[in-house]
Design a binder for this molecule. Structure first.
Ligand code: URA
Length: 208
């Protein structure tokens, strides 16, 4: 079998017919970023602008996400960003379980190829893939989980925060926590989440 690449996966996604969403899309949205990205963000589904441009998070949610990334000195170039479904659901309805399952093969291949040290889930559909169907985002947002040498970090979806301004401060705090994790990634991966200023932690390695 030939070697999997992000370009090959993207090409397959652009011509994918595994679920009915291909019938109503303008174009599929495979994802954006480099194959060596250390952090992968996984959102929900393309909206109107993403469907038009073929790029994830370029609409209102994307602008807010960029603002949050800038706040903690991260940039799109530092991350790979994709969604649990790669074609826009009609009228921006929630993706069906069957559509997420059909697209999961691409999610898994992108993760295997990029092998990120940290996966950030945006919203409940992405969270459910890594934290289980019964996890509640209001209970677990901002709490990292380490599994098989990788950090999983659940966040609210930016659109949910835009709809409910009361969540803004929480979202910002969760982003600052993410910065702290990035700056102390080895400590988090070792399962030790204690104060990084303690003398037991003389040297912390950052992802950047
Ligand atoms: N919301 C998402 O979840 N993904 C996008 O790409 C855009 C908006």
């Amino acid at each position: 079998m030939s070697k999997d690449t992000l370009a090959l996966i993207a090409e397959e996604i652009r011509s994918c017919t595994l679920c009915a969403l291909h019938q109503t899309r303008t174009q599929a949205v495979p994802g954006q970023g480099e194959s060596h990205a250390q952090i992968m963000f996984i959102g929900e589904a393309p909206g109107f602008h993403e469907d038009q441009q073929g790029i994830p998070f370029v609409g209102t949610s994307g602008r807010y996400l960029d603002e949050l990334l800038r706040m903690i000195q991260l940039h799109r170039d530092d991350i790979f960003i994709t969604n649990v479904v790669r074609c826009r659901p009609p009228r921006n309805r929630d993706p069906f379980r069957s559509e997420i399952a059909a697209c999961q093969t691409y999610t898994e291949r992108q993760i295997a190829l990029i092998n990120p040290r940290m996966i950030v889930t945006l919203g409940r559909f992405s969270m459910a893939l890594f934290f289980g169907e019964t996890a509640k985002i209001s209970a677990i947002h901002g709490q990292p989980k380490v599994e098989n040498g990788r950090i999983y970090y659940p966040l609210y979806h930016p659109a949910a925060v835009l709809r409910n301004p009361l969540l803004r401060a929480t979202m910002e705090a969760d982003f600052w926590r993410m910065r702290e994790i990035i700056d102390n990634v080895e400590r988090y991966l070792s399962g030790d989440n204690n104060d990084s200023t303690s003398p037991q932690h003389p040297q912390q390695l950052s992802l950047f």
